[in-house]
Design a protein around this ligand. Structure first.
Ligand SMILES: C[S@@+](CC[C@H](N)C(=O)[O-])C[C@H]1O[C@@H](n2cnc3c(N)ncnc32)[C@H](O)[C@@H]1O
Length: 329
């Protein structure tokens, strides 16, 4: 009997659930690592459920486990295999019935929850981003991410103009500019569907002095399989050659010391633990003179954390958010 567990976290997995030929599916690689740390279990991290055949799917869901759209999207995927599906619903009976009623009449019907929404920075094109349930800010743009993209685009532009004018004084040598033709490499960590990295890359592709700066490398990292899927799709749609990496531990060591610009809009739950993983990666991945930009609602908490990794963090306000800028020595 082949069983697939969907929506279960490490702490949910009791020995009876794992008995037999069991595979666990997770959307975030962090959860795969968490399960593998404490259980001997087969774990698959992917944007969609792994191909069967399955005899039984156990699906754990509820308002505290998944958003409404993600719950329904995954339930549809469970029913695609035509096997028995048991729903372990955490929440009110009424909400459970609402969810099950949505697929009752035609369990094999597959609705698409893909969304497309526009975003742009000044001087850049309007890009139509694709996102899926499970992606951060599915269906809408995050103002913090937009603020970050706007500030970084503006700062890079300032540097290109200074370079074009031959002004390499330290005040204008942001982004590590040191000669007249720069190959610029950007790392967007916690990229979601690629909002920040792709807005910057698009703005740079429209420079009035393209001979000054050339975008040589765009790398995006996210721990969520659906974010990586959406970012990959968006890169192709926008014609931006980019590498998308699914990881919760930053970039591989082969990329250490190779980036000019790091951008990150980390999640701020669990204190600053995840922000620290971002900053640790930024410090490793940047070249000397490379610049790290993060964004947060209120700088007071993040600033001392960022200053543990970089000597100083300058605060730049935008759209009610703070962008924190540090340079690697
Ligand atoms: C606040 S969202 C920002 C998304 C996007 N950059 C934006 O501004 O709209 C944070 C992203 O970080 C991702 N994330 C969380 N922990 C991570 C980790 N350890 N490594 C990589 N990405 C992570 C989440 O999956 C999420 O997509």
């Amino acid at each position: 009997m082949k069983t697939l567990l969907v929506g279960y976290r490490a702490a949910d997995l009791t020995p009876d659930l794992l008995e037999g030929d069991v595979t666990c599916h997770v959307l975030d690689i962090y959860h795969r690592h968490a399960i593998e740390k404490v259980h001997h279990a087969k774990v698959v991290c992917s944007a969609h459920l792994p191909e069967g055949p399955w005899d039984l799917i156990r699906f754990k869901t509820g308002p505290k486990v998944h958003s409404g759209e993600l719950s329904l999207d995954l339930l549809q995927e469970c029913h695609r295999f035509g096997c028995k599906v048991e729903v372990d619903f955490v929440g009110k009976e009424r909400d459970r019935n609402d969810l099950l009623n949505k697929i009752k009449d035609d369990p094999k019907r597959v609705r698409s929850f893909k969304a497309e929404w526009p975003a742009s920075v000044p001087g850049g094109e309007k890009l139509m981003f694709t996102s899926y349930p499970g992606c951060f800010c599915h269906r809408r743009l995050d103002e913090g991410g937009l603020a970050l993209a706007e500030v970084v685009s503006r700062e890079i532009l300032k540097s290109t103009e200074a370079c074009a004018g031959g002004d390499l004084s330290s005040e204008h040598r942001d982004i590590g500019a040191s000669d007249h033709l720069r190959n610029l490499s950007i790392l967007d960590m916690g990229c979601g569907c690629g909002l920040v990295g792709f807005l910057i890359a698009n703005r740079l592709s429209r420079l009035s002095n393209p001979q000054t700066f050339k975008l040589s490398n765009v790398v995006l990292v996210d721990s969520h399989a659906r974010a990586a899927e959406a970012a990959t799709e968006n890169a192709a749609k926008f014609g931006i050659p980019a590498e998308v990496i699914l990881s919760d531990e930053g970039t591989p060591t082969r990329m250490d010391g190779t980036f000019d610009v790091f951008v990150g809009n980390p999640p701020y739950y669990s204190d600053y633990r995840i922000a620290e993983v971002f900053l640790e990666t930024a410090k490793r991945a940047l070249k000397p003179g490379g610049v790290c930009y993060t964004v947060v609602k209120n700088a007071a908490g993040l600033k001392p954390v960022q200053e543990r990794f970089f000597k100083t963090a300058e605060v730049i306000g935008r759209r009610g958010y703070s962008v924190l800028k540090s340079t690697k020595e």
